[in-house]
Design a binder for this molecule. Structure first.
Ligand SMILES: [Zn+2]
Length: 434
């Protein structure tokens, strides 16, 4: 007896007409025409069934705080940090928890079921840490929340940050963070990368640093991050977030840097929405895009996951909780427009971040957790193009969110009465086609 049987799904790898059998919160079989009795049958109608979206970079302590205590007028990273510094002393645990839970409701409705969130440890009272540890526990039935101890005001620059970071890790925060480009000098930034990698090695933790989130081509902390990863034996457990300075770096330097990153198995986590919005602010024209070298990193075999970073907070006034918005921006900003490129960028918001976070039981194979999302689209490239309705979001075999298909009605002489956006999938586009 099967708990839930999904009929007639398309899968991200291109298989069509697949049934997915779920029992005890796990996927037990994926095949065409499964013959089994089921407690509930869900007809996917040829739509795409994907493992859930994973956001590899977020700030859940700041989300939905837009306008508190005022708006970011310059639109820069630095004013955002200053604004957050004004807001932070007024935060209460209840308010942070409430905003985070509201955000997670929205995220789940979009099929987002795992988030790596940085949590600011600059305030020694650690209100944000206490709040997000509570949130991690409360959302666990429907969302995996991984927390990064993030010294927003600088690990060395803020006098209390080092102690507060260690205390946050003692309290159960999962990952070691950092922000080397915000330290006072290049040397202090380099030293912070070393100190933080050492802490991670000693504690057996992963590392995820905000790294080189600037247009300054001489911000090269990613090089140190890769070198220290090798030195401390942290290969495959370290991520550099943003890496926007790579956009502006000299090509010769990058030709040496990318192989070093690959050797250290350093993951890269660009955040296309905010990077496009916040970088290039000191340029007149031409204006740099300020997004790291995504296609080149992927080409070198480096894990690249796309994060959301912010939803309606001091740094970014937009955001919807939808990782397909992020992939959609990445297609444009990186000019990765072929069908194959789009499939690659779909992986960058699903399977790749799942690997970077080290999620257990993620995927659509038998034995994996029965966590999946059914979209009103036929394949990953179409999912990015349409950012369609999430028809069903399933967590451990239970439907936790549903959206009616978007089928606009038409009143046009001599034309059909309805439109199904998913029916416009290109018939002639083949893999590799532009
Ligand atoms: Zn961030």
């Amino acid at each position: 007896m099967i708990d839930l049987l999904i009929r007639g799904a398309s899968l991200p790898d291109g298989r069509q007409g697949q049934d997915i059998a779920i029992r005890g919160g796990r996927i037990v079989d994926v095949a065409p025409g499964i013959d089994a009795e089921a407690g509930r049958v869900l007809d996917a109608g040829g739509h795409l069934a994907s493992p859930p979206f994973v956001d590899a970079h977020f700030h859940m302590d700041a989300t939905l705080s837009l306008g508190l205590p005022r708006m970011n007028v310059s639109g820069t990273l630095l004013e955002g940090i200053a604004l957050w510094g004004e807001l932070r002393p007024t935060l209460t645990r209840e308010a942070v928890v409430d905003r985070a839970l509201r955000y997670c409701d929205l995220a789940v409705s979009k099929g987002l079921m795992a988030v790596r969130s940085h949590v600011d440890v600059s305030d020694p009272a650690l209100v944000t840490v206490e709040a997000l540890l509570e949130v991690r526990e409360r959302v666990a039935p429907y969302l995996d929340l991984q927390l990064v101890a993030f010294p927003q005001d600088g690990y060395f620059r803020h006098p209390d940050a080092a102690k507060a970071l260690e205390r946050a890790l003692d309290m159960g925060v999962d990952v070691v963070g950092g922000i080397p480009h915000f330290e006072r000098t290049l040397e202090a930034g380099r030293a912070s990368v070393e100190a933080l990698c050492r802490i991670a090695a000693e504690r057996g933790l992963r590392v995820d640093m905000h790294c080189d989130e600037t247009d300054d081509p001489l911000s090269r902390h990613v090089e140190t991050l890769a070198e220290q990863t090798l030195r401390f034996g942290l290969e495959g457990r370290v991520a550099g977030s943003h890496l926007t300075s790579m956009h502006s770096m000299d090509n010769y330097f990058v030709s040496k840097l990318i192989p070093l990153m690959a050797e250290a198995r350093l993951a890269a986590i660009p955040n296309p929405l905010i990077n496009i919005m916040i970088q290039g602010r000191h340029d007149t024209y031409p204006k740099r895009r300020g997004l790291t070298r995504i296609p080149e990193l992927i080409e070198a075999g480096i894990d690249v996951a796309l994060g959301q970073d912010c939803v309606m907070d001091p740094w970014y006034s937009m955001g919807t909780g939808d990782l397909l918005d992020v992939a959609h921006m990445a297609v444009h900003a990186t000019q990765m427009g072929s069908q194959d490129d789009k499939r690659t960028l779909f992986d960058a918001v699903t399977t790749v971040p799942a690997r970077i976070l080290g999620l257990e039981g993620y995927g659509l194979a038998p034995g994996c957790h029965a966590d999946l999302v059914i979209l009103q689209a036929t394949d990953p490239a179409e999912a990015i193009r349409l950012r369609p309705a999430r028809l069903a979001v399933i967590r451990r075999g239970r439907v936790v969110a549903e959206t009616a298909p978007e089928i606009p009605r038409l009143s046009l002489e001599g034309r059909p009465g309805t439109v199904d956006p998913a029916a416009y999938a290109p018939r002639h586009a083949r893999q590799g086609g532009a």
